[in-house]
Design a protein around this ligand. Structure first.
Ligand code: SF4
Ligand code: SF4
Length: 232
């Protein structure tokens, strides 16, 4: 790779959101959605630390154009989703196999069953379709609730932290212009996030990034999290 590739990046900043291109496929088992059992509570999406399972709302036309293995069902308890279909979609190549989603699923008999990654390869195309082709919809629920929050775009995606990381789980709930890279060291406290968001509102620049990062490091040293220190 020639050095010239880095022209314009001399200050060390780099584009955000690049983890979306790093499809690792490291999970042994990944969740398989059972639409007939799902009560559409979105708790699975809420607890996923890696933003690897998300609800989608689709028009009839979007369902008809989807890959063969892509099924969707009538929405439940969503007055603002008339005429749309609901699907819980897993990104099996971003999932780390922690099982948190299946663990929390309150549906009788469980609507998520952990299965070997090799059995879920159809979900790769399904995820790509959901992300690339399904148009964003107006949130049909209160985004201040667990259910409604998960119809919003997660702005911290595909954390490369350890499977089931409780810290990135909290980070992934930020619905604000915090566009730090995936291995954000932002700790989970609201004051720190408020600080980061105020520093890092786009367009982010090198100075703002370094100040936000320093803030994270101060918080990190206070919390002394051995696990997460490895990401810096
Ligand atoms: S198994 Fe873990 S990483 Fe995978 S979708 Fe469920 S909560 Fe997310
Ligand atoms: S937690 Fe279970 S019941 Fe709730 S939306 Fe996810 S799969 Fe469906």
């Amino acid at each position: 790779m020639p050095v010239s590739v880095f022209n314009g990046r001399e200050d060390g900043t780099f584009p955000c959101g690049t983890a979306a291109y790093e499809k690792r496929g490291v999970a042994v088992d990944v969740p398989e959605w059972q639409p007939d059992k799902c009560i559409q509570c979105n708790q699975c999406s809420y607890v996923c630390p890696h933003a690897s399972i998300r609800p989608f709302l689709l028009t009839e036309e979007e369902v008809a154009a989807a890959p063969e293995a892509f099924n969707a069902v009538a929405p439940k308890g969503l007055k603002g989703a008339d005429g749309l279909k609901f699907r819980m979609q897993v990104s099996v190549l971003d999932c780390l196999g922690c099982g948190s989603c299946a663990e929390v699923c309150p549906a009788p008999g469980k609507a998520l069953i952990m299965k070997p990654l090799a059995t879920q390869e159809a979900e790769i195309d399904n995820w790509d379709y959901a992300v690339d082709k399904v148009a964003p919809k107006a949130n049909p629920a209160n985004k201040g609730t667990v259910k409604g929050s998960q119809f919003e775009q997660p702005l911290l995606e595909f954390s490369g932290a350890c499977a089931g990381c409780g810290e990135t789980h909290a980070d992934s709930h930020i619905k604000a212009p915090c566009r730090r890279p995936t291995r954000c060291r932002a700790e989970t406290s609201a004051p720190v996030h408020a600080e980061i968001i105020s520093f890092a509102a786009p367009p982010i620049n090198g100075t703002a990034f370094r100040e936000a990062d320093a803030s994270c490091r101060r918080q990190q040293s206070r919390q002394s999290s051995q696990c997460c220190q490895s990401y810096h």
